[in-house]
Design a protein around this ligand. Structure first.
Ligand code: IVH
Length: 680
């Protein structure tokens, strides 16, 4: 922060303008795109700086100042809901003194004696997103996100998919709004990201963003597939209060079936509250979900009522935030790791150090520009932070580092020595070795047999590692020669004749498999499952695609394909210009003989029609149903509109079915659909 003491009025006005703009940008990155660009601690520092300048220059507070907004007005397609009672935010405290001051303010406001007992509740501040659940006559009728505190988004269908949230409650007042946090456990977050990565989908930065991205979905079926959880911590409108304390209410909510945080407790006064803060902080690494502080609330509800609120935060509550977990250590080395697509990522090796209860010995440096930004070199003393997003990072270089030259970029892959390059305007440097690079091999083999690609059931990560180690497989084409090792494999520990034959049969079953999945399995940059299908629809076979990619007019021909832009086209061209790749793909085609991708346009009543599938399909997978539609000459679409001709709805169909009924779109069950397919 610039020196506030010496700041002139003009400088303050300028800085406030910049802060308003910067904070708004970070709000949008965080809330709309679930992709924060800075850590929570850095964000909090910007907000604190804004507040400090405004306190010194109150006449300069801007109309659009971040201090005048509670949250962020969402720009999403979910419909808006006005809260019956605003959803408030909390004042933040960072030090023990702030907590003592808080209790002092409460006493003064209520005109209590300076040493009067003030009972507080203390509980973890869950790093999730707040949600208000409205029950009428005991039935869940509306769920809404906080939004800007006054207007949130309607997420009723999404909330209904979360097991932790009761859909009906017995013996409830006529109107009851329960408020709490929707969150994702750290284990579920890690598993979700692993699945996302395998499927070539977006990776979430932290559990909070994963929870937000999963919850604020237009299609509640997406939410259903995500492991979301809920903790209740308060209420909004309520027709009759059953208790007269915060702790009584929390116990009552628990009794009604709402999960409440097991570390919720009551404490008398600031010192007891601070002791519980320490206990929560000590338990933090083992909770299994992320928290970013402790919330204290005045226990007596009549006192809460009298205390009321200032701006958008109650006087009766306080959030005591944890400091970002940081520690100082020595950067011992900078290594370079190679990912599946050949991306070279510098990794910092540290002298191992405990940060917030976890021993950290590696940090990601993201890319080589980041090394220059920090000006680090092996041997430097650095400050390391483990923020909400689990992957530790270096936040500061404590050694002198002014005027250092840029860190040398690798021009060869450290593993296979192929050339390494970055594309124009891109920071990432990639190994061009493709399928021959050993580091990429393992990742690529895993991808080739993964579910979205060749789906070789029975050939898991462990077996791949084992066969790689034995030198039996190196590249995808070797998978189709595994039968040569049948006898040797049966003699190995952990394998039996049945398991070996099952695995070999699974490999055999993939000869003559779908060309689009085969193409996706090659792991060409930017060619995901959908693009692979688009390419195969246009060219029919991988050989034909390879010929086009190596011809003179490749770029024009490829970009003519529906769904293929210049970036994808260039990636395909680059891939097929690497001789190792051509060699391997040719061998792979010989061995796996992928079937030409034909969209049989059998004569059917559905030719030219648009079909949407929703709900849980039981006999066929969603992909297969779409392929069936394509075979009948129809187009499978993702959302229902006036252009939809048919909706096939399985059990659990929700908003799409409702929309189809509103629009008068014909609907049928999966069984009826399969009868149509059989007829054609
Ligand atoms: S009480 C009027 N308790 O933190 C008080 N909030 O920064 C309303 N939060 O919008 C909130 N854990 O989404 C409360 N145990 C907890 C909480 C909690 C997380 C969130 C909540 C609120 C935000 C304010």
């Amino acid at each position: 922060m610039a020196d506030l003491e010496k700041m002139t009025e003009a400088e303050a006005a300028n800085r406030l303008m910049r802060l308003a703009r910067e904070i708004r940008r970070h709000d949008a990155a965080y809330h709309d795109r679930d992709s924060p660009e800075i850590s929570d601690a850095d964000y909090d520092a910007l907000v604190a700086e804004n507040r400090a300048i405004e306190a010194k220059f109150p006449h300069l507070v801007r109309e659009d100042s971040p201090s005048r907004r509670v949250g962020h007005t969402p720009s999403s397609p979910l419909s808006k809901v006005t809260h019956a009672r605003p959803m408030l935010s909390l004042d933040n405290a960072f030090e023990a003194g702030d907590v003592r001051d808080f209790v002092g303010r409460v006493r003064r406001f209520l005109k209590l004696e300076p040493d009067a007992a003030v009972m507080l509740t203390a509980e973890p501040k869950i790093d999730g997103l707040s949600c208000s659940l409205r029950y009428e006559g005991g039935a869940l009728v509306l769920a809404a996100t906080r939004g800007d505190g006054s207007v949130g988004e309607d997420v009723t269908a999404n909330a209904r998919t979360i097991a932790d949230i009761p859909k009906e409650i017995a013996g409830a007042p006529d109107v009851l709004e329960v408020r709490g946090e929707v969150y994702m456990s750290t284990a579920d977050f890690a598993a979700l990201n692993a699945r996302q990565e395998k499927a070539g989908e977006k990776i979430f930065a932290n559990p909070r963003n994963a929870a937000a991205g999963s919850f604020r979905q237009k299609d509640a079926e997406v939410t259903r597939a995500r492991p979301l959880r809920f903790f209740a911590h308060g209420w909004g409108e309520i027709s009759q209060l059953p208790c007269d304390t915060q702790s009584g209410m929390v116990a009552w909510l628990k009794d009604k079936g709402f999960p409440v945080d097991p570390m919720f407790t009551t404490c008398e006064g600031a010192e007891a509250a601070l002791a519980h803060y320490d206990a929560i902080q000590a338990a933090r690494p083992d909770l299994g979900y992320e928290i970013d502080g402790v919330v204290y609330k005045v226990d007596r509800l009549d006192w809460q009522e009298r205390l009321g609120q200032v701006a958008r935060a109650p006087r009766w509550a306080l959030a005591h935030k944890f400091p970002a977990e940081q520690a100082e250590t020595v950067l011992e080395a900078i290594d370079v790791q190679v990912g599946r697509t050949g991306k070279l990522t510098p990794v910092g090796r540290l002298k191992p150090i405990g940060v917030g209860g976890v021993i950290v010995s590696n940090v990601t440096l993201h890319n080589f520009d980041e090394i220059d930004r920090l000006g680090v070199r092996p041997g430097d003393k650095v400050r390391v932070q483990r923020a909400g997003d689990v992957i530790p990072q270096i936040v500061d270089n404590l050694s002198p580092h002014e005027g250092r030259a840029p860190y040398p970029r690798p021009d060869h892959c450290p593993v296979c020595e192929s050339e390494a390059r970055s594309e124009e305007g891109e920071v990432d440097i990639r190994c061009e070795g493709g399928l021959i690079c050993p580091a990429q091999r393992y990742e690529r083999l895993k991808h080739f047999v993964s579910r979205g690609a060749m789906d070789v059931d029975g050939l898991g990560e462990k077996s791949i590692a084992e066969f790689l180690e034995l030198g039996w497989i190196e590249k995808p084409s070797d998978i189709f020669t595994l039968h040569e090792h049948r006898e040797a494999l049966m003699a190995r520990e952990g394998w039996k004749e049945t398991s070996v034959d099952k695995m070999l049969a699974a490999v055999d079953a993939r000869r003559g498999f779908d060309a689009a999945r085969f193409l996706f399995g090659l792991g060409i940059r930017h060619v995901g499952a959908v693009t692979a299908r688009d390419l195969m629809k246009a060219f029919g076979t991988v050989e034909a695609l390879m010929d086009v990619a190596r011809s003179d007019g490749a770029l024009t021909e490829l970009t003519n394909v529906d769904g293929v832009g210049e970036v994808v086209a260039q990636a395909v061209i680059d891939f097929f210009h690497e001789p190792h790749n051509v060699e391997e793909v040719t061998r792979l085609i010989e061995r796996a003989r992928p079937a030409a991708y034909v969209v049989e346009t059998v004569d059917s009543d559905w030719a030219g029609k648009t079909i949407v599938f929703t709900g849980k399909l039981e006999a066929v997978s969603r992909d297969e149903a779409k392929a069936q539609a394509e075979r009948l000459g129809a187009k499978a679409a993702g959302s229902v509109s006036s252009k939809t001709d048919l909706l096939v709805a399985g059990p659990g169909a929700g908003s799409k079915l409702k929309r189809a009924q509103e629009l008068g779109v014909r609907t049928m069950t999966e069984e009826e659909w399969l009868a149509e397919v059989a007829k054609a």
